[in-house]
Structures are given as C-alpha cells and as structure tokens.
Design a protein around this ligand. Structure first.
Ligand code: ATP
Ligand code: MG
Length: 630
C-alpha cells in the first residue's frame, strides 16, 4: 500500500471513478442551486437519447392535465411580467410630462400602480401554482422511477451482483435518480418558460422599437458562442472532476469499511498521505470545472451589460432626435436584459440535461437487465404440493464464468432424512454446490432433480421456500432479534421463534441481551459476536419447515461445546429432512450418512466416516492432520 503515487491510486480506483459512487455529493450537488455553475453530477454522454427521452416522457405522461396547467401558469406568469414591464411606459412618460398638473399626475400614477399591483399579483400566484404542481409531477415521477428501479433490482439474478459492486448500484438510486429529478424540476421548467419568455420578450421588443430590437438581435450570436464555449469547457472538465470525485469517494469508502484493518497494520499515516494526493487532484479538477461555470459565466454576463449600454445609448439618441419616448426607452432596455437571460440560462441547462439523460440511461439499463428466470420455459413447469427431499445430482458441471469450470461431473444422491456432508480445502467448490441447489446459478451441464423432478421445472419461489439455508456469510437486518429469526418463516408465533432459538442454542445469549428478544440489532448485528450472529442464522433456518436444509459452515465461529449442543438440537430437526452440511471442522460431519471429499471441483472420495478413514486417503489426512504437516 505504501508509496502508491497518484497515478496508481487513480488506476486502482478507476472503476470507482467511472461508477461515480454515491455517498459524497458532487459539487453541483442537490443543493438545488438550479441552473448555473457547478452543474450536475454523473457525467457521461447519453447514448440513445431519443429512446431515453421517450421513456422519461412516459413517466410524466399520465399527469397530462397537471402539465397543461403548468404550461398555462407559465404563459400567464411570462405574460404578466411582460405586461407589467410595458405598463411602466405610460408611468414614466406621465412622470416626465410637464404639461399635466402635478395632482393629476399623482392620481394617474396611483391608478396605474394599482393595475400594476394586480398584474404582478396574478404573476406571483401563477408562479406559485406552477412551481407547486411541477414539483408534485416531478416527485411523483421520480418516486415511480425509484420504485421501478428497486423492483428491477430485486428481480436480478445473484450473478448480477457478482459483477456490479454495491457502490455502483447505490449510485443508480442516489446520483442518477437525483439528476433526473433535478432535470424534471429545474431544467425542464426553465427550458419551457425560458422559451416562452424569449418569444414574448421579442414580440414586445418589436412592438416597442424595431431599430433597437435589431441591435439587440445583433448581440445574440455573441451570447450563443460564449454559452457554447462555456458549456463545452464545462463538459470537458466536468468529466475530470467526476473521475476525481469517484476516486476520492472510493478511497473514503474503503477506509471506512476497512478501518479496523487500517488500524491493525498502523496504516493511518499512509492512508492520510494517499488521501491527500487524491484530494489535491480533486481540488485541481474542481477548480477547472468550476472556473468556467462559476467565473466565466458571470464574465459572459457582462457582455450583456455592453449590449445593454449600447442599446441605451442609441435609444437615448432616438429619444433626442427621432421622437422616441423616454418610457419606451426605459422599458426597452429592461426587455433587452430579459432577452439575454433565457439564452444564458438555456446554455447553462444543457449539461444538467445531458447528465440527467445519461443517468436515466443507466437507471433504465438496471431496470432492463435480464431478470432471474427470464429464460425459464413455462411449459416445463410442474405443480408440486410437497417436496419429500430426494435430491439427485447427475454428472453436474458448472462454472461461474464459461472459461473456468468450477465443478466437474459431480454425481451424488441424498434420500429424505439423510445427512450429506461436503468437506475439502478452501475454494474446492463446496459452497458452489449449494448455490446450484437453490438456483442462485444454473448448471452448465448434467441434471439436478428433487423427488425425480428437474430443478428447472420448479417455481423458483417454491423451490427456495423448500430449502432452508444457513449461508456462509451471515446477514442480519436492522430490527429486533425476534424479527430477525422470524425472517425464516414469517407466520411463526413467538413461541415457535423461541423454540427455534433454543434449538440453535441461541436462547441463553439472547436472554442476556439488554432487551432479550426485543433487542434491536443494527448494522448487520454489529453489537453481537461472530458466533452469536451465526446462532441467529441457524435459528432462522431451524424455524423454517423446509424439507431440505443446507448448513454452510454454520457453526465455524461457535465454540465446540455450543456446537455439540446445536448438533443435538438440530438432530431432532433433521430427522425427516435432507441435510447438506459443509464444515471444515470434521468432528461436525462425523455422523453424516455420506461424506463427499471435494478437491478442485471433483469428488475425490466418498463414504461414511469409517469408510473414509479406512481408505487412508485425503479424508484420513485431513482428519488426522497429516495434510497440515505437508
Ligand atoms: N461468485 C463467484 N464468481 C466467480 N467465481 C467464484 C464465485 N464464487 C466462488 N468462485 C470460485 O469458485 C471456486 C469454488 O468456490 P466455493 O465458494 O464453492 O469454495 P468453497 O469450497 O466453499 O470454499 P470455502 O471452504 O473457502 O468456503 C473458487 O475457486 C472461487 O474462486
Ligand atoms: Mg464456502
């Protein structure tokens, strides 16, 4: 770890960088700063823009009525702002008109100001209504997107999670959905209202003075060029900023989850140094990215001032020599300022929109990923009432990836009530066999049957309901001990849960917890010992009435005395069930009906304990410890 330079660090966290993990927010974060500097998070260009837009439209399409109302409110608010501006013309002309008496002028002013107040009130109301309705539409749409995403996620096969890390998947829910939300809420409204206001202002400008309008129009190319320049620079440095941010996030994530290991090996200082390198780089990249958005943007805004001053100067001349009214001039300069605003705003929105579309594409990709069981053939399905537990594997071969076969020609059978054990060195393929039984993965060749029926003919949910498993990695959910055990069978009564806990020898330690069965477990049972966590997982499986039971290193962290206890309890439970046991501690598997010794994905020995000892093969070596002396 020591001595890694920036380049190697970034390479290492490159995946993280491109994944644009959740957690720390991008600088353009969800502070809802609206358009302008900073820009959105989640870089990358969308690939199939048309399709993505179509799909996004689908999410808001059902709110047609509300959207029409929003459009109406936008029209209304733009109109009021234009009309409100126009009303100032007679006000100013009246104020400078010395031919009318002061009292009359004041009376006229009061009258006009009342109208003005009414106009602006209507504007405020329509703005309020528009913002509120639009928010309800965008929130409803993002809620639906999040929901669809979660549903899609829960249907994905285990294989999907092998190749996509948690951070990556998380960022679909955080950054990507946030970007979509931001676009719907901010960019779309400003896009539409900006366009309306642009057209409206243009019309009012022409009505006020055609010559001055021409001057303003002459400045448009300058704005467009400047806007495009900033947008392109923004995009370029934005990608760099995202990559740097990803690397920093990846590093933090690892430092937090691995902080015990960091401390054990005294790596704090190295970590701080490495972090400083990445952080430094992020500052550079952010500086560049923000420079064009945050500094150049306002400078470009000053070009607007030049246009403003030019218009005002020429307008003044028109007033003096061509009979143009002062009121007309003052509203015109206001319009010309309003005119450049949407142009700036629209260019600023482009990057937000692109990022949101790219995010939407990634979100839809998860939704569209092939769900588990997509290639199941419905006509093969059989309806079964009850499973007895007669399991047969015939010549089964399997590899997680096509290039590497993990299990080779595995054949075995287990009758109901039998206990079959798998032993063998680390990485031999023991867990893999159990992964095939409940169809986490499908076999490449051969056949697995339960009660003579091909595994593929069972409904997946039904199959998994009939196989209780204690996985090698324990997992506890946030909730009480009672709830966590009940996960094994949701309709179990409290008494049944307690009985299962007793079977798993978990009862006595649970009773010593502060709140007994009502103690809340957090963070995957962080407040429990490793062995205690295993006991709860066993209790969960003991609660299940499934006829097939799989115990993968279920008691590896439990002391031998407790293990013996569990065995006694489980023996009762296993009487009528087919049980597959995996254990490194061979004392656990001694009483199995058959023990399979796996090596490199092949069963090299099989038989019961006595047979295997007599064979004086690998099992004998493992049992007597001879292998360790090699
Ligand atoms: N999700 C996966 N993707 C790709 N390869 C995997 C995956 N899980 C396991 N493997 C590979 O399959 C082989 C068998 O792994 P398996 O988990 O079945 O071993 P095991 O016998 O249970 O070992 P242990 O005693 O350590 O639990 C290993 O070489 C491993 O690298
Ligand atoms: Mg294993």
């Amino acid at each position: 770890m020591a001595g890694r330079n920036l380049e190697s660090l970034q390479k290492r966290y490159n995946k993280a960088a491109s994944a644009d993990r959740g957690g720390m927010r991008g600088p353009g974060g969800p502070g809802r700063r609206g358009p302008g500097p900073g820009g959105p998070r989640g870089g990358g260009k969308p690939k199939n823009t048309k399709q993505t837009i179509k799909r996004l439209v689908g999410y808001v399409a059902k709110y047609k009525f509300r959207l029409m109302l929003v459009g109406l409110c936008m029209l209304c608010s733009t109109a009021t702002s234009l009309v409100g501006g126009y009303i100032l013309r007679p006000v100013i002309n009246n104020a400078v008109d010395t031919s009318v008496s002061a009292a009359d002028r004041v009376a006229y002013l009061a009258q006009i100001l009342t109208i003005l107040a009414c106009v602006y009130l209507v504007g405020i109301i329509s703005n309020y209504v528009q913002a509120k309705i639009m928010l309800s539409v965008s929130q409803a749409a993002t809620e639906k997107i999040r929901n669809d995403l979660f549903v899609g996620l829960s249907k994905l096969p285990v294989r999907y999670f092998d190749s996509n890390n948690t951070g990556e998947i998380m960022s679909r829910f955080t950054n990507d959905v946030d970007n979509i939300d931001m676009m719907m809420n901010n960019s779309l409204t400003s896009l539409v209202s900006g366009t309306i206001s642009l057209i409206g202002t243009f019309v009012f400008m022409i009505c006020t003075n055609i010559w001055l309008t021409l001057i303003t129009v002459a400045f448009i190319p300058v704005f467009l060029k400047g806007g495009a320049f900033i947008a392109s620079r923004n995009g370029k440095y934005f990608t760099g900023q995202q990559a740097a941010l990803g690397a920093v996030n990846g590093y933090i994530e690892e430092a937090v989850t691995g902080q015990k290991v960091v401390k054990v090996f005294n790596h704090e200082e190295v970590c701080v140094e490495e972090f400083a390198l990445l952080n430094d780089d992020m500052r550079d990249k952010q500086f560049k990215a923000q420079f064009y958005g945050g500094v150049m943007g306002p400078i470009l805004g000053n070009i607007g001032q030049i246009a403003y001053a030019t218009t005002a100067g020429i307008g003044g001349l028109l007033c003096l020599h061509a009979g143009f009214d002062v009121g007309g001039l003052s509203i015109f300069v206001n319009y010309s300022r309003q005119f450049s605003m949407p142009i700036n705003m629209l260019t600023a929105q482009t990057s937000t929109i692109f990022a949101a579309l790219a995010g939407a594409e990634r979100v839809f990709a998860v939704m569209d990923a092939t769900p588990e069981g997509a290639d199941d053939r419905l006509e093969d399905k059989v309806e079964v009432e009850k499973i007895e537990g007669h399991v047969i594997l015939e010549d089964v071969s399997f590899g997680y990836v096509p290039e590497k076969t993990v299990l080779k020609n595995i054949s075995l059978y287990a009758k109901p009530g039998q206990k079959i054990a798998f032993v063998g060195s680390t990485g031999a393929g023991k867990t893999t066999i159990t992964n095939l039984l409940n169809r986490f993965y499908d076999i490449s060749s051969g056949k697995i049957t339960i009660d003579g029926i091909d595994l593929k003919s069972f409904d997946r949910d039904f199959l998994r309901k009939n196989i209780a498993m204690v996985l090698q990695d324990t997992h506890l959910f946030t909730g009480t001990v009672m709830e966590n055990i009940r996960y094994g069978r949701l309709d179990a009564t409290d008494e049944e849960v307690i009985a299962a806990a007793k079977t798993a020898s978990a009862h006595s330690f649970i009773m010593r917890l502060s709140d007994g069965y009502n103690t809340v477990l957090e963070g995957d049972g962080a407040n429990l010992s490793q062995g205690q966590r295993q006991l709860l997982n066993i209790a969960r499986a003991a609660l299940s009435k499934a006829p097939i039971l799989v115990l993968d290193e279920a008691t590896s962290s439990v002391d031998t005395r407790t293990e013996r206890h569990i065995e006694k309890g489980m023996d009762r439970l296993m009487q009528n069930r087919t049980t597959f046991v995996i254990a490194h501690r061979l004392s656990t598997v001694r009483n199995a009906n058959a023990i399979m010794v796996l090596e490199n994905g092949v069963i090299i020995e099989r038989g019961d304990h006595e047979d295997l000892l007599n064979q004086k093969g690998r099992y004998y070596e493992l049992y007597t410890g001879a292998v360790e002396l090699d």
